[in-house]
Ligand binder design. Structure first.
Ligand code: ATP
Length: 527
């Protein structure tokens, strides 16, 4: 009876010990998992934030090469995949390495010869896994590229749904989307075939080694080098050891296959934009005189095709200059250089006699504002669109800018005035009204040079004239790019461009008397 009590006490003690170990192990596992999840969340947030800031600073050319939909996919899917793989595998590698080290010590202590066989298995597993990793890396890159393409297609089509609808291109777009989905399915199907084959070979290898251990172990027992108990204990450790080795090799392979993803994300992070190098000029007063001196320019996407050839022209301060000419003549390219969206390959663009790149980046973009051909509004209120990017913009400033843009009348007529929502990309406003808001957005910055690139094309001719006059009253240099020659007759100076060069310049009267290209174009438009 006493013996029975002793056994029971001993048993309870062992059970208590086991419970404590389990509790400790669970706590450790929970803590480790929690810590890694926390690291994962922080890493994702940090990388996404850095990547987004880096993307926003890139040259315009970068966005011509990389479409917004696919960049958004890189920003989210790739960073998530990268974070998940790195953090999860670090967790797994830490756990497996510790387990392997401990169990190897035990198996070596039981039998070095049988442990040697485990090592052989390890080596073969590494060879097998590295072959499979190469394939996985390729597939992973294909999947991510495919995801980026799917996102790009969807955002392009849904973002331009009006064009799609008016061209009755729904079926075409759906077919295109299916084509990319099918491509993704093919990639995943191939992955679905390779993956079980790999698992089967791995399993066969593992079973084969176990059989060898059994055969060798029997021989060792027969020769009395180890006991049956040792052989059983060896098997007790060998199974989890083998699993941990597989986990470790798999984790390392997964990390290797993620290198492709990481390298793409990091290449964006490391990319230094070429066009944002700026000086520190920020003069208190600026006249707004602009000079193009022998400017030669080719777009980065077509470096051999010069769209501006040794172009020289002067835009007098405080006056209205119009650039006119046939489509493709290079008018918008001049405007893009003036806003430093691109850099010329030859010559210089000067503002008050100083090269544009010697001005502070923020100063230049505040003093030289552009209203582009198709101004984009952001979802939000009319007021938030006018004050876009400004930190201390008061209602008074907005009202003043709206008045100069001839937009006050229509804004005041809206039910919620400046708080009226414009909808996604300003869909709730007509094109003319969108242009008014965009002009107000440019004027609220109190610029010294304002560029209207076909920006008043949807406005009534009288409003166009009124806007120009209100802008000029403040001594601002006004550059108007226009197709309709009628709208620029009042300009102080007119420059006629074609083929990337200035062909004629002067006032409307002078150009008409000259009877050149301007006069012919004018008469062609208004016979
Ligand atoms: N991002 C670009 N990449 C490559 N070439 C471009 C790009 N933008 C314009 N071009 C080319 O540069 C040339 C000049 O175009 P630009 O837009 O400056 O002319 P434009 O006179 O303003 O024409 P439009 O009145 O039609 O806007 C054209 O041949 C055009 O095809």
């Amino acid at each position: 009876m006493l013996r029975g009590q002793l056994y029971q006490t001993h048993y309870l003690k062992e059970l208590g010990g086991l419970a404590l170990v389990s509790l400790g192990s669970s706590l450790f596992t929970g803590l480790r998992g929690g810590t890694f999840m926390w690291i994962l969340a922080r890493l994702n947030q940090r990388v996404k934030s850095l990547l987004y800031s880096s993307l926003l600073k890139q040259d315009i050319h970068f966005f011509e090469e990389n479409k917004p939909g696919s960049l958004a996919s890189r920003l989210h899917s790739d960073v998530d995949a990268m974070g998940r793989t790195v953090v999860m595998n670090c967790n797994l590698l830490a756990r497996s390495t510790l387990k392997i080290a401990l169990m190897l010590m035990m198996t070596l202590w039981l039998s070095w010869q049988l442990t040697l066989l485990v090592m052989v298995e390890m080596r073969l597993q590494i060879v097998l896994q590295s072959r499979y990793n190469e394939y996985r890396k390729e597939v992973k890159e294909q999947v991510l590229d495919c995801e980026a393409e799917i996102n790009r297609l969807a955002s392009q089509t849904l973002g331009n749904i009006r064009v799609v609808r008016s061209c009755r291109a729904e079926r075409y777009e759906a077919t295109e989307y299916d084509r990319v989905l099918n491509h993704m399915r093919d990639i995943k199907r191939r992955k679905g075939i390779y993956s079980p084959v790999f698992l089967l070979v791995r399993r066969l290898l593992s079973v084969g080694i176990r059989v060898l251990i059994l055969v060798r172990g029997r021989a060792l027992v027969s020769s009395g080098q180890i006991t049956v108990g040792d052989l059983l204990a060896f098997f007790f450790y060998q199974n989890p050891l083998s699993n941990s080795i597989q986990e470790l090799i798999f984790g390392m392979g997964d990390m290797a296959s993620t290198v492709g993803v990481i390298s793409k994300v990091f290449s964006y992070l490391d990319r230094t934009p070429t066009g944002t190098l700026a000086g520190d000029l920020a003069p208190h007063t600026l006249e707004g005189k602009i000079s193009f001196r022998n400017v030669t320019f080719a777009y980065p996407s077509a470096p051999d095709r010069h769209v501006l050839q040794s172009l020289s022209m002067e835009l007098p301060a405080g006056k209205m200059t119009a650039i006119v000419g046939p489509s493709g003549g290079g008018k918008t390219s001049c405007v893009s250089l003036l806003k430093r969206l691109y850099e010329p390959q030859g010559g210089q663009v000067l503002l008050d006699g100083e090269p544009l790149h010697s001005y502070q980046y923020k100063y230049l973009h505040q003093k030289v504002t552009l209203v582009p051909q198709n101004p984009q509004l952001f979802s939000g209120s009319v007021g938030s669109n006018i004050a876009y990017g400004l930190e201390n913009c008061t209602r008074g400033m907005m009202e003043e800018a709206a008045a100069r843009a001839s937009a006050s009348g229509f804004i005041e007529s809206l039910e919620q005035k400046y708080d009226t929502e414009v909808g996604e990309c300003g869909v709730r406003l007509g094109e003319g009204l969108k242009q008014c808001v965009a002009i107000a957005r440019a004027l609220v910055r109190r610029p010294q040079v304002i560029i209207l690139d076909e920006a008043t094309s949807h406005m009534d001719a009288n409003i166009q004239h009124a806007v120009a006059q209100k802008v000029l009253v403040q001594g601002v240099t006004l550059l108007v790019v226009a197709h309709q020659l009628k709208t620029v007759e009042q300009a102080d100076h007119i420059i006629f461009m074609d083929g990337g060069a200035v062909l004629e310049q002067g006032t409307h009267q002078e150009l008409m008397e000259r009877r050149g290209r301007y006069q012919r174009s004018y008469q062609g438009a208004f016979p």
